[in-house]
Design a protein around this ligand. Structure first.
Ligand SMILES: [Zn+2]
Ligand SMILES: [Zn+2]
Length: 102
């Protein structure tokens, strides 16, 4: 291992963090754990067009995104988590108006 660490296998950032013998930065490691957890949840179906939604990570929150209409589903509490964790204005804009009426 070099003095500056190795490149994260996912995003290329230099890191000293390692998992399963692969260099992976702490942010990517956290996201991967979230995705693994999310994979255990039931897949959601888009309420608009019935497409199976994909799990995505946004600011360490798992969201369900529809590949057809780009609609996003947030679990109860996820929007609050995003609000609390939101650092970028862009994310706040993205999060506004995304929750479908139940
Ligand atoms: Zn990374
Ligand atoms: Zn859709």
């Amino acid at each position: 291992m070099s003095l500056f660490g190795e490149k994260c296998a996912r995003c290329g950032t230099r890191t000293r963090n390692k998992e399963d013998d692969k260099a992976i930065c702490e942010i990517c490691a956290q996201e991967m754990h979230l995705l693994i957890e999310a994979g255990k949840e039931a897949l959601r179906v888009c309420p608009i067009d019935g497409t199976t939604m994909r799990k995505e990570i946004a600011q360490v929150v798992v969201i369900d995104r529809c590949p057809t209409c780009s609609g996003v589903w947030l679990d109860g509490g996820e929007l609050d988590q995003m609000r609390n964790g939101a650092e970028s204005e862009a994310l706040m804009l993205m999060a506004t108006g995304l929750a479908y009426p139940m």
